[in-house]
Structures are given as C-alpha cells and as structure tokens.
Design a protein around this ligand. Sequence first.
Ligand code: FPP
Length: 239
Amino acid sequence: MRNTGDIRVLPQHIAIIMDGNGRWASKRLLPHNAGHRAGAQNLRKLSEEIEKLGIKYLTVYALSTENWKRPQKEVQGLIKLMHEYFQQYIDDSKKNDMKLTFIGDVSRFEPDLQQKIETLKTLTRGKNGLHVTLAINYGARDELTRAVRRIAEEVKNGLLNPDDINEETLAKRLDGYPTPDPDLLIKAGGEMRLSNFMLWQLAYTEMYFTDILWPDFGIKDLNAALEWFGSRARRYGGR
Ligand code: FPP
C-alpha cells in the first residue's frame, strides 16, 4: 500500500471526466488526437494506481453522445484509440486483474469494435481487481430515456404495474447496474459542468473540480483529490 498522507476514508467508486485533452495538445502545437492519446495513456497509468489503493470501482467518460458532432478526423481518431486500448487490455487480460464493463449505447459502433467490447467483457467477467467502466457513446439523458422506454414496454406487456415503480425500478434499468453510485467525481480541465454524465448516479457524489488538464493529472493530483474527499462529511441530505 502506498503512503497517501492523511487519507482515512477512501471512496469505493471514483468517476472521472477526462477533460482538457484538446487544450493539452494545442499548447504543444499538436493535433487534438495527440491529446486524446496522452489522455488514454494517463488513464492506463492512473487506473493501475487506483487499483493498488484498493479502490473497487472506476468509471470514466471516454466518448459522449454529443462528441460525434466533433470533426470527423477527431472522432475517427478516438475510435482508433479505443480499438488499440481495448486490444491492449485483451492481450493483457491473462496477467491483469481488472474487470472491464461499458455504459452507453454501444450499438452505434462498427461491428468489429462491438466484438472487441464483447471479448473484453467476457475475458474479464470473473476478475476481482479494479472494476473499470468505460462510458462510450454515453449520455445520461440517453441512458435515462432508454431506461424509461424499457419500463414503458414492460408496463405495456403487463410485466410491470405502474403502482410498483419506485427509484429502484429505474436504477435497475440503467446501464451500469448493479455498480454502486460514485462516491467521488473528479473533473479535470477547469470547467464546472457535468456534460451529461451520470446525472442520476451523481445525486450524492462529492465533486472535485481541478484546472489541471487530464493528460497532466498525475498521482500527486489523485492523492490531493483523495485527501479532499477524506475531509468531506457526507450527510446524504440528513444532519
Ligand atoms: C475531452 O477533452 C475528452 C474527450 C472528449 C475524450 C476522452 C478520451 C480519452 C481520455 C481517451 C480515450 C479513452 C479510451 C478508453 C481509449 P477535450 O477534447 O474536450 O479537451 P478540451 O476541452 O481541452 O478541448
């Protein structure tokens, strides 16, 4: 176990919005995709650190439902990066303890990427290390809309009584179920917004915003976020 200063309470689940890749690249006169590549490398390094700390869940925002509006070249670059990243995890899956799952509507991706996603899920299903969830073609409004559509279909088919619908009914139909809600959200890149990320699941999450651009967000920055989290008194609306 690494020395993490005064941290007494660790989050069970960290969610990260990996923002600032573009600005990281622009500052170096590099194309946007060089920033995403550096961001993906950073994700790999930090997820290993998070696993070493004994934290159980990590969810990261890798591609939003809105990101398709970006220039074609950038979107293609991100998809190529996913291919490479997933392949690396498939190749490493024997020696790796991480479990990989996905949230978002993956049906929009080309069949060979969907195949890689299925392979990764199958190969890592029984793993006991860090459970990494990659949000790809993910948008919280889209996720909630799909969940509501499922509920409506179940009601229509007589499988569900509207009187029995409660918070759990909806929570169970969200993409990441049964992963617990995040305890800590880290957003890199200096902006204070949620960008349509896990709007339901973040209801009681502690939020840590930092100006550091995602590719520069290192282990000491992670420790600073964890120390801040350890100092929070979580009341969940109570006193
Ligand atoms: C936001 O930065 C980041 C994204 C849209 C994509 C995040 C993706 C990665 C870190 C790598 C891909 C991950 C995998 C799993 C392969 P931005 O471009 O909006 O930054 P900016 O605000 O500085 O322009």
